[in-house]
Design a protein around this ligand. Structure first.
Ligand code: KMH
Ligand code: ZN
Length: 281
């Protein structure tokens, strides 16, 4: 570790990934699905310490959708309840077309995810053709949406570096290391340390540990000066064999750990400053 102490580090940004595209109500009975349920969960997470919500939309039957009108309702419901940075998914669900996936970006949320490459996703393939990735990025730039660069394996950081050199991406960049997807980089401390070592200078990063990796990698990120994503999209358990009651319960735990370690939490406005984003009303 550098001489920087936890108490001097920038404040911790907690992202709550509330719903995702894969988890079902059968697996996690408290999964928020409707716009109102998602908005209630978002408000609870903000009260527990989250500054960003990562949103996926679902149809009434629980199936994943990238329908723009559904996202519009979700965003309006969240904004009516709380101030939080809204980050929409452009990953959607495996098998969706690029045209489907990009739909919510034109709603001009403050942030959107941008997956930086293709990865096996369990028994599926999460396809991200470079040509589509570039279309997604240009749409985000056109609409003033800050991309969060989703990194599932090391080669994706190489792609970011190439795009930086070409001038497609401009600093300051914000990364999310999604570690522990079956087919992607492992959810281990060694993997996180390696990913961090590969980053271009001057960027910010968060970690989304999948399943049992959520808590240990989140804790490590706090110590290393990164940021943390928790929530049902990545992990439905509080501990082994015990389902979490709510997304907010997972946010509250990582918030407690951070404060115990001496690192204060960023409010949404403080997170905007850390990520070099201006406020969007
Ligand atoms: N549902 C995954 C296949 C994102 O939100 O940008 C992709 C995903 C990534 O969730
Ligand atoms: Zn997602």
């Amino acid at each position: 570790m550098t001489k920087q102490t936890l108490i001097n580090m920038e404040k911790l940004i907690i992202t709550a990934a509330l719903t995702g595209a894969e988890v079902t109500r059968q697996q996690q009975p408290a999964l928020p699905i409707s716009p109102d349920e998602i908005a209630i969960a978002a408000e609870e997470c903000v009260k527990a310490g989250a500054a960003i919500v990562h949103l996926h939309a679902r149809n009434a039957d629980g199936s994943p959708t990238q329908d723009k009108e559904t996202y519009r309702r979700i965003i309006a419901a969240v904004r009516a309840r709380c101030d939080v940075i809204i980050q929409v998914s452009t990953g959607g669900a495996v098998g969706m077309t690029a045209a489907e996936r990009i739909a919510p970006v034109s709603l001009k949320p403050e942030m959107a995810t941008l997956s930086m490459g293709t990865v096996n996703f369990g028994d599926d393939v999460f396809m991200n053709h470079p040509a589509n990735m570039e279309i997604f990025l240009r749409a985000m730039q056109e609409h003033g949406v800050k991309p969060e660069l989703e990194i599932f394996d090391t080669g994706m950081i190489t792609t970011v570096r190439r795009w930086l050199k070409k001038g497609l991406l401009t600093a300051p960049l914000h990364f999310d290391f999604v570690l522990g997807v079956p087919g992607g980089m492992a959810g281990t401390p060694e993997a996180l340390m390696y990913m961090k070592s590969q980053l271009p200078a001057g960027c910010t990063w968060t970690v989304a540990g999948i399943g049992a990796a959520q808590l240990p990698l989140g804790t490590l990120a706090i110590v290393l000066g990164g940021h943390v994503r928790v929530g049902f999209e990545d992990n439905i358990f509080y501990r082994k064999g015990e389902l979490a009651h709510s997304n907010a319960q997972l946010v509250a735990r990582i918030a407690r750990i951070s404060v115990e370690l001496g690192r204060a939490l960023a409010t949404p406005d403080e997170a905007r400053a850390i990520l070099d984003m201006s406020r969007r009303d």
